[in-house]
Design a protein around this ligand. Structure first.
Ligand code: ADP
Ligand code: ZN
Length: 536
C-alpha cells in the first residue's frame, strides 16, 4: 500500500523514536499502527508483554482528537498514565478512585482538548450523564479512536467476563464513524469471534502474534507428600522472585505461613485481604522486599514485574487459557524463567465440585451451559497435565497455533515419558462401559471392574456381569488414569448434561475389535525440579 504520510514526521519509525524513544517496532506493532492511522477497526491479539499499549498510544498521538481507552484495571490505568506523563504525553484517567471534584477538573481538561489519551474504567460508562459528557467531548475536542484494552472481558468464553463491557456496543452505535481498536492477550477462536461480534468490528485488521514464549520452561510435577519439601528447596536454591498460585484463600494462607515459618520471605494475596493489605503486599513484591507471592488468581493481572523468575501452580488451574496467562507472568523481561505445575488427581474432584456449584441464584437450577463450558475447559487442562506431547505444542494448539514440538524447554521434550501398552486394560474398561449399557459414570465402572460389593453395583445386578471383578489387579487410581486417557484420546466420551455418563465412540469399537492399540504414559516422579541449563 502507499506510504503513509504522517504529519510532522518522516516515517513511523521517526514518530516512534520521538514519542517513546524506541529504535524499532516490535513484531506487528507497525502494521497495526498503520491500519489505525487509516481509520480501520483493528483487533490486536498479542501475548502479555508483546507491546499492545503502543498500538493505540502512538496513533493517539498522531491523530487529531482524543483516544478513549477502556481499561478494567484501576491500578494498571494509574501506572500507564504515569508512564505516559513521564514521557511528556498528555494522558489522564477517570475511575472510581477519584473524588468528584477531581473528576470535574479532569473532565474540563478533556473538553478543552488538553489531553490525547483518556483512560476510562468500564463502570464509568454506566454513570449518570457520562454518555452526554462523551457527546460534548466529541463535539469540542473530537474523539479519534475507541481503544478497548483487555477486550476478552466482553466475552463469556474468556476468563474474565465483565458485564460492563457489553455497554461498549452502545458507544459504537452512538459514534459509528469512530474506529475501534480491541486488544487482548486471549487468543481462542471463540473469544476472538465474540469480541468481533460484541464490539461490532467492521472488516477489522486482525493481528495475531505468536503466543510462543521462548524463554519459559514448562514442567508438570506430580503432587505428593514430598511436594512441599521439593518446593521449599526449589525456592531456596532460586534467588529470583516467584509467584505460587493456589486455588483457595485457605491454601494461600496456609502455604504462605508455612513458607514464612521455614524462613522464606513470602506473603499472601487474595480477595479476602483488605485493599490496603493487598496493595502493600503487591508493592513489597514488586520492590523485591519479599521473594515469593502466594496468591489466588486474583493476583497478577496488570502487575508490572518483568523479572518474575518462576511461577508455580500448587493446584490444578481451571483452564488452559488461565494457566497460560498466569504462567506467562514469568520472564516478561525475556530472560529464562520456569513455570511448574503440581498436579494431584484429587484437584480434579475439587474443580468438578466447584463446577457443580455453578447454579442460577434465582431459580436454584444448574447453569448448564456454563457448567458444560467449564467441564470442557477442565478436560483440556487435563490433556495438558497428562499429555506426553511437547507442552508448547499442547498450549499453542489451544490457541490455534501449530507448533512442531521438540522445544527443548519443557519436561516432555527433555525427558520423554515412557509409555506402556494398556490395550488389554482398555478393552476391559470399554467392554464394562458397554455391559453397563453406557449409562454410568467412571466411579461405577471402576467399582464393577474391581468387583466392589457396594449397594449400587448389587442393586443393578452388575455383580453378575461378565466384566465384574476382571480388573482387580489394578488400583482405582490406575483405572481412573486409563479412563481419563481414553477420554483424551477420543476413545470414550462423557455426556455432561446432568450426571456424567461414559459412552463409547466409533473409535472405542476399534479398540474392542482389537484393531487399535492403546498406549498410556506411566507417570514417574522426576528426581529434580530444575531443568538442565539450556542455552538461550
Ligand atoms: P502488553 O500490554 O502487551 O502486555 P506492554 O504494552 O505493557 O505489553 O509492553 C511491554 C513492554 O514492552 C513495556 O515495557 C513497553 O515499554 C515495551 N515496549 C513496547 N513496544 C516496544 C518497542 N517497540 N521497543 C521497545 N520496547 C517496547
Ligand atoms: Zn517441548
Amino acid at each position: 500500500s502507499a506510504p503513509l504520510s504522517i504529519p510532522g514526521f518522516e516515517s513511523l519509525d521517526a514518530a516512534l523514536k520521538h514519542f517513546f524513544g524506541y529504535d524499532r517496532f516490535r513484531p506487528g506493532q507497525e502494521h497495526v499502527v498503520a491500519a489505525a492511522l487509516q481509520q480501520r477497526d483493528v483487533l490486536v491479539i498479542m501475548p502479555t508483554g508483546g507491546g499492545k499499549s503502543l498500538c493505540f498510544q502512538l496513533p493517539a498521538l498522531l491523530k487529531a482528537g482524543i483516544t478513549l481507552v477502556i481499561s478494567p484495571l484501576i491500578a494498571l490505568m494509574h501506572d500507564q498514565v504515569d508512564a505516559l506523563r513521564n514521557n511528556d504525553i498528555p494522558a489522564t484517567y477517570l475511575n472510581s478512585s477519584l473524588d468528584p471534584q477531581e473528576v470535574r477538573a479532569r473532565e474540563s481538561e478533556i473538553l478543552e482538548g488538553g489531553v490525547k489519551l483518556v483512560y476510562i474504567a468500564p463502570e464509568r460508562l454506566f454513570h449518570e450523564g457520562f454518555l452526554r459528557f462523551l457527546d460534548a467531548v466529541q463535539q469540542r475536542a473530537g474523539i479519534s479512536t475507541l481503544a478497548v484494552d483487555e477486550a476478552h472481558c466482553v466475552s463469556e468464553w474468556g476468563h474474565d467476563f465483565r458485564p460492563e463491557y457489553r455497554r461498549l456496543a452502545e458507544i459504537r452505535h452512538r459514534y459509528p464513524q469512530i474506529p475501534v481498536m480491541a486488544l487482548t492477550a486471549t487468543a481462542t477462536q471463540r473469544v476472538r469471534a465474540d469480541i468481533q461480534q460484541q464490539l461490532q468490528l467492521r472488516d477489522p485488521l486482525v493481528h495475531v502474534a505468536s503466543f510462543n514464549r521462548e524463554n519459559l520452561y514448562y514442567e508438570v510435577q506430580p503432587k505428593d507428600r514430598q511436594t512441599y519439601a521439593r518446593l521449599y528447596r526449589y525456592i531456596k536454591d532460586n534467588d529470583g522472585a516467584g509467584i505460587i498460585y493456589c486455588l483457595s484463600r485457605r491454601e494461600v494462607d496456609e502455604l504462605s505461613q508455612r513458607l514464612q515459618q521455614d524462613g522464606i520471605r513470602a506473603l499472601p494475596y487474595h480477595a479476602g485481604l483488605s485493599d490496603e493489605k493487598r496493595s502493600t503486599h503487591q508493592t513489597q513484591f514488586i520492590r523485591d522486599d519479599v521473594q515469593v507471592m502466594v496468591a489466588t488468581i486474583a493476583f497478577g493481572m496488570g502487575i508490572n514485574k518483568p523479572d518474575v523468575r518462576f511461577v508455580i501452580h500448587y493446584n490444578l488451574p481451571r483452564n488452559l487459557e488461565g494457566y497460560y496467562q498466569e504462567a506467562g507472568r514469568a520472564g516478561r523481561d525475556g530472560e529464562p524463567a520456569e513455570c511448574i505445575l503440581y498436579f494431584a488427581p484429587k484437584d480434579i474432584r475439587t474443580l468438578d465440585w466447584l463446577i457443580e456449584q455453578k447454579i442460577d441464584p434465582q431459580t436454584g437450577r444448574p447453569l448448564e451451559r456454563e457448567q458444560r463450558v467449564a467441564r470442557q475447559q477442565l478436560r483440556q487442562m487435563l490433556d495438558y497435565v497428562e499429555g506426553t506431547a511437547c507442552r508448547r505444542t499442547i498450549q499453542l494448539s489451544y490457541f490455534g497455533e501449530a507448533f512442531p514440538g521438540n522445544c527443548d524447554r519443557c519436561d516432555n521434550c527433555l525427558h520423554p515419558k515412557p509409555t506402556e501398552d494398556w490395550t488389554i486394560e482398555a478393552q476391559k474398561f470399554l467392554s464394562c462401559v458397554a455391559r453397563c449399557e453406557q449409562r454410568f459414570g467412571m466411579g461405577h465402572i471402576i467399582d464393577v471392574l474391581r468387583g466392589s460389593r457396594n449397594q449400587k453395583v448389587k442393586s443393578r445386578g452388575h455383580d453378575r456381569l461378565s466384566t465384574y471383578g476382571i480388573g482387580r489387579d489394578r488400583s482405582v487410581e490406575e483405572w481412573r488414569m486409563l479412563g481419563r486417557t481414553l477420554l483424551h484420546q477420543g476413545l470414550l466420551t462423557e455426556t455432561t448434561d446432568g450426571y456424567p455418563t461414559l459412552q463409547l465412540t466409533p473409535q472405542s469399537w476399534e479398540v474392542l475389535r482389537k484393531q487399535r492399540p492403546v498406549r498410556i504414559a506411566v507417570p514417574k516422579p522426576k528426581p529434580s525440579l530444575s531443568p538442565p541449563a539450556a542455552p538461550l
